[in-house]
Each structure stands twice: as C-alpha cells, then as structure tokens.
Design a binder for this molecule. Structure first.
Ligand code: ADP
Ligand code: MG
Length: 411
C-alpha cells in the first residue's frame, strides 16, 4: 500500500514523496489505521522496518499546533535513539509547524528547559532526564494525547521499569499508548496488561527470528588469534561499513588501541564517552567518514545505519536478544548484510540457543579445533553459496561429517 492511498494532509504527502517514502513498510501499513482510530497498540516488528515513521506520521497529525504544549511523548532507552527519533520526526514534520525536541541526560538542563518553555509539541526523552524535568516542573504531561514507548524491551532490560511506571502514573488523563519493541519478553506483556487499554496486538514477527536479510557467519577461533584474524578480515572482505561489538567498555578501548593503526578510519563508542563525542561519532559514522566502529551495545539498539554491511561480534553477546539487536544494524530495509561472530569454547552453549531460539542459520568460517561432539551445530550449517568468499577462507583442519564437509567448501 502506498502513502498516497491514505488520507494524509498534502504537506505530509509531499514530504514523504520528497524523502522517497512511497510504499508503506508492512509495520506502517499494519499500524496506521489502528493508531489513527485511537487504539492503544503493542507492536512487534523486526528492526529496520520503519517503526519510527509508523508512529511518527500519525503522531504528527495528532498535534494541534495552536496549542503550545507537549502533546506527544516518546520514551526511548538511549540518547542516540532520542536524536534519531527527533531527526525522523523533523524530516516528516517540516512545514507542518510541529516542533519535536529531544531531552536526555548529559546535556544542559537549562538549554533543554528554555526550549521546552518556548515551544515543543513532541518530546522525545530518555526516562531519567524526563523524570528530572517533570520533578523540576519544566515538563508538564497533562496535555499528552499519545505516549510511545520505543524499544520497550530494552527500557526494561536496563532497569527503567520503575521509571516507566512513574511516567505512566503522571499520565492520569485519557491518552493513547503505543508500545513498540523488536522482542516481547514476559515483563513487557505484564506492563502491557497493566497500563494499556485493551491494546491491539500487532506482530509482524512470526518466530522472533533474527532479521532475515542477514547471513550469519561464525568463526571458532582461539581468543589469542582473534586480533590477527580481524585485521586479515578487513583486508580481504569487501566491507562498506562495519560495527565491531564488544561486551565491555574496557575491551572497546583496548581493541581500538591495538587496531587503530591497522584498520583505516576506525573509531570507537561506548557509554563512558561524553555525550557530545558520542553524538559526533554517530554523525560521522552516518556520513560514512568512519569506516569501522568498535562499540558496546550502546550502538546495538534501534539506531538506523543504512550503509552498514558487516556486523562483527568480537565477543559473543551476553544475551540472545542482543544478537538480534546488534545484527539488526545491518540488512536494513531489504539490503543484504553480513554478521560475523567469533566463537570461543565457552560460547558454544549460547550459540546452540541462538540457533534453536532465534532460528539463525549458521555458516562457518572455520571450525579449527572444534571437537566432534561440539561441532554438532556445524552439521546444521548451510553450504555457503558465495564462491568469492570460499576462495579466501582456510579449510577447517578437521571435517568430521558430510555436514561439516559442505561447510568446508568455504573453508
Ligand atoms: P526500526 O525502528 O523499525 O528499526 P527505522 O524506523 O529506524 O526502523 O527505519 C529504518 C529505515 O527505513 C530508516 O532509514 C527510515 O528512514 C527508512 N524508512 C522508513 N519507512 C520507510 C518507507 N516507507 N519507505 C522507505 N524508507 C523508509
Ligand atoms: Mg526503531
């Protein structure tokens, strides 16, 4: 279905046309009428499917620009997502007079307060700073018609549950609530039952699978050999842009220190950096001035990078959901993407879960040293079809079964 088939104001239609939004994405199509009809919704969709615009478009229409008050409230887990959300709303809201604004910690409260006092219709916020501003009497939520929780699972993961409950308790008047998430753990279901009013459940994820447009490669390797292997990977693999995920800040720092001379245009990001530095890194990454970004999971959530071709998991993520989120930074909007994850012995049981629960189809780039019992997963691996890749990869030293043998064709 096309946007032009909706009864959208001409100004918005024109903008959508100008920014190249012609066909609606499935989540946009599935939610538009439900949101416009005023229902609460609880929507699940894979990352990179246009959830931001799915709620931004009806939200912009809901705003009465004659009323100088916050009418739309969007709560997201990270500062980067705040900025990205506002950028997407701004893109669509130009010429409508609707003013979106982001508030998050690590940035001057005075400046944020001044802007809010002047005029803001849609506030995008991280929970901590939002509550701060509510306490200070700077933000009033009494005119909010619609509240959106985006990346709701992560909001809960990082311990925002009591904050979210507080925010809900500030919204005592009638309003619409939309909850967007890429995954639906039990906590969220509970939250939905408590705070949403007869919500419509919309799910475009059949099996909570990892995004489909992505090929999932795994490399079983001794941890000491990873660094050399990664440098080699960058030399041989055709990489548009890559994100290398580590589980800890100090690991990001260390890896950056040892790779910066060997990988061109390398940068790093984690929650320990000052906010203005994080913002500028994300901007430069989007502008393609950064070729590879070493990151903690701060970059693994919701951020939309259209040019990323490779996700590299230096560390196997601690939680399966993180695998989905990290790899969701590539393979967006129908583009192909590739994920490459280093596997150590202690990761094998998590890997097994990943294959089983997330239905990831593993392809192996080497199973050196993997014993026959443990290589069970490798038997399920697909035969890689990519001939180019096959010429570059070393053969696994041991091939134990026909399954592993076909794996060896890329080896
Ligand atoms: P999600 O929140 O589901 O992870 P995003 O909202 O970040 O996904 O959208 C992913 C990308 O798709 C963004 O670059 C956005 O500009 C683009 N996009 C969204 N809707 C459309 C559309 N209807 N047509 C073309 N591109 C779109
Ligand atoms: Mg999103």
């Amino acid at each position: 279905m096309r946007f032009s088939e909706l009864e959208l104001p001409a100004t918005i239609l024109k903008i959508l046309d100008a920014i190249g939004y012609d066909e609606m994405t499935p989540i946009q199509e599935a939610t538009y009428h439900v949101i416009s009809a005023g229902h609460d919704i609880c929507a699940l969709a894979e990352t990179g499917t246009g959830k931001t615009a799915a709620c931004a478009i009806p939200l912009i229409q809901m705003v009465d620009t004659k009323l100088n008050a916050i009418q739309g409230l969007i709560v997201v887990p990270t500062r980067e997502l705040c900025l990205q959300y506002v950028a997407e709303i701004q893109k669509i809201a130009v010429k409508t007079g609707v003013v979106p604004f982001a508030v998050y910690g690590g940035f001057s409260k005075q400046i944020q307060a001044a802007k809010i006092r002047h005029e803001v219709h849609i506030l995008v916020a991280t929970p901590g700073r939002l509550i701060d501003l509510v306490y200070d009497g700077i933000v009033t939520l009494s005119d909010v018609k619609c509240m959106i929780l985006d990346e709701a699972d992560e909001l809960l993961n990082v311990g925002f549950l009591s904050d979210i409950e507080f925010i809900f308790s500030c919204l005592v008047h009638e309003h619409q609530t939309m909850l967007f998430s890429a995954t639906m753990p039990d906590d969220i279901k509970k939250l939905t039952q408590t705070y949403l009013r007869d919500p419509k459940h919309i799910s475009l994820i059949t099996k909570q699978a990892a995004p489909k447009a992505i090929e999932h490669y795994f490399k079983y390797i001794h941890p000491n050999a990873k660094q050399t292997d990664l440098v080699d990977y960058f030399k041989t693999e055709k990489i548009r842009q890559a994100i290398i995920f580590c589980n800890a800040r100090h690991q990001v720092d260390r890896l950056f220190g040892s790779l910066k001379k060997q990988v061109k245009d390398l940068e790093y990001i984690h929650g320990g950096l000052p906010q203005d530095k994080r913002t500028s890194i994300i901007r430069r990454f989007r502008q393609k001035k950064i070729h590879a970004l070493i990151a903690t999971d701060v970059a693994g959530r919701g951020l939309d990078f259209t040019n990323v071709s490779h996700i590299i998991n230096w560390d196997f993520p601690r939680e399966l959901e993180q695998y989905t989120h990290r790899t969701g930074r590539t393979g967006r909007m129908g583009k192909r993407g590739l994920a490459m994850t280093y596997i150590a012995k202690h990761d094998l049981s998590s890997l097994r879960k990943l294959i089983k629960i997330k239905k990831v189809m593993p392809r192996w780039l080497g199973i050196d040293g993997l014993d026959s019992e443990k290589s069970g997963e490798a038997h399920q691996a697909e035969t890689p079809t990519d001939k180019k890749r096959s010429s570059r990869r070393r053969r696994p030293r041991r091939r134990k079964s026909s399954g592993a043998q076909s794996t060896g064709s890329q080896g």
